[in-house]
Every structure is written in C-alpha cells, then in structure tokens.
Design a protein around this ligand. Structure first.
Ligand SMILES: Cc1cc2nc3c(=O)[nH]c(=O)nc-3n(C[C@H](O)[C@H](O)[C@H](O)COP(=O)(O)O)c2cc1C
Length: 213
C-alpha cells in the first residue's frame, strides 16, 4: 500500500484575484462552470450537498446540479429521503463542487426551498422513462431487505406504465438553494491558494473579499 502521506500535488494552472472576478457570483459561477464543461471535467454538475439533522449532525452526499440563475441552484431528489427530511427540519445547506482538472473548488451556502410543482413536473416530464419509473420504484434512504425488492417494483411499474405516461410522484421533485455565500477557490503553488468569497449583505448586494488559504 502506498504511503498516503506522500501523495502531494502542486497546483499551478491559474490565478484568481478580486480585480478579475465578476461582481455577480452567479455570473462568476457561470464562467467557471462553462470552463469546467470545456475542460471536460468528469461529471461537471456533480456537487456535494450538505445538510443538518434535527440533532445538528451534518450529512453529505453527491447530487446533480440541474439549473442555476439569480434565484439559486437547483437539484432533484426524493422529498422523503434522508436529505429531504433534514431539509424539512432545517433548510440551511451547502453545495460543494470540486473540479480537479482545473484545480478549482466552489462552495455555496444558503437556504433551500422546494421548487414549484410545475417546475418539478416539467423536469420530470423530460427525464427518460426508466428514471421516471425509478422515482416510483425506490423508497430512497429507507432500509430494504434486498435488491430483489427494487427489481420487482421496477418490473411491476414497467407493466403498469407500459402504454401510458409516468406521472411525477408527489414525493419526488426539485429544491433550489438560494445562496448567501459563494466562495471560489483556485489552487496555487506551495499551498498559497486563492480564495475569493462573496457574502450577501443585507440591502447592499454582494461583498467580495479575499480569504487566507
Ligand atoms: C454522481 C452522483 C450523482 C447523484 N445524483 C443524485 C441526484 O441528482 N439526486 C439524488 O437524489 N441522488 C443522487 N445521487 C445519490 C445520492 O448521492 C444519495 O445516495 C441519495 O440521494 C440518498 O441520499 P440521502 O439518503 O442522504 O437522502 C447521486 C450520486 C452520485 C455519486
């Protein structure tokens, strides 16, 4: 087994400075997201979603970003999952992107709300039928006795919906995180990384500051 302590990488690709970032963190995110797509970062829209339980215990998992604009960053999931239950208790959450090919990280903190039913319906309607059936077949985050249960559910649902459209389950839909803090991290040499942080000020827009790495 390799000695993990010797794993080390110098970050040398790019630099980030307050003088070059956009005054809107959403537009800055768009610039970086497009650069990540162009660099063919694997699963560019994969992000870690961190939530907090009613006992103030954090938990985190990867979900896929499905849209972003001034209103926030959206993703889709099962409202009855562990994350769904935690968000119902405490809407404060955090999203983290890591784009290793560009030596970049983005952290987004804020408050989460469900998207409108229409928005969830619209997105559900454009998903492949197999994914639509999956939303019904899997009681996400529940303990199940075996994989067979999922396969049986799936087969029964495939028969049920063989000749009709799959309607969106009430328990499946989107969330949007409205950000109040967005930090852009660019890896630099000798661990002197660049960190530019946008913090939303009450009534006065985004305050942009450099943080120590
Ligand atoms: C690359 C990747 C993308 C994923 N995308 C989603 C997603 O968009 N929505 C989702 O509910 N789960 C997604 N998952 C699964 C979640 O990480 C997680 O296992 C699931 O949502 C249950 O989480 P919970 O029990 O904490 O609620 C993804 C996992 C990976 C590795």
């Amino acid at each position: 087994m390799i000695n993990i302590q010797t794993l080390r990488k110098e970050y040398t690709k790019e630099a980030l400075d307050i003088s070059i970032v956009h005054c809107s963190p959403i537009i800055q995110f768009k610039l970086w997201f497009e650069e990540a797509l162009n660099a063919e970062v694997n699963e560019t829209n994969a992000m870690v979603l961190s939530t907090i339980s009613s006992e103030n215990k954090p938990s985190a998992r990867v979900v896929l970003l499905k849209g972003f604009d001034e209103a926030g960053f959206s993703f889709y999931t099962n409202y009855e999952s562990k994350k769904g239950k935690e968000l119902a208790q405490n809407p404060h959450a955090c999203l983290t992107f890591f784009w290793p090919e560009l030596e970049r990280q983005v952290r987004i903190e804020g408050v989460i709300a469900k998207v409108s039913k229409k928005e969830s319906d619209d997105y559900f309607a454009v998903r492949p039928k197999g994914s639509q059936i999956g939303a019904w077949a899997s009681p996400q985050s529940a303990v199940i006795a075996s994989r067979d249960i999922l396969v049986q559910n799936q087969e029964a649902l495939e028969n049920k919906y063989a000749h009709k459209e799959v309607e969106r389950p009430e328990h499946w839909g989107g969330y949007v995180l409205k950000p109040d803090l967005i930090e852009f991290w660019q890896g630099r040499h000798s661990r002197l990384h660049d960190r530019i942080c946008y913090a939303l000020q009450e009534n006065s827009g985004w305050k942009i500051e450099r943080l120590a790495p």
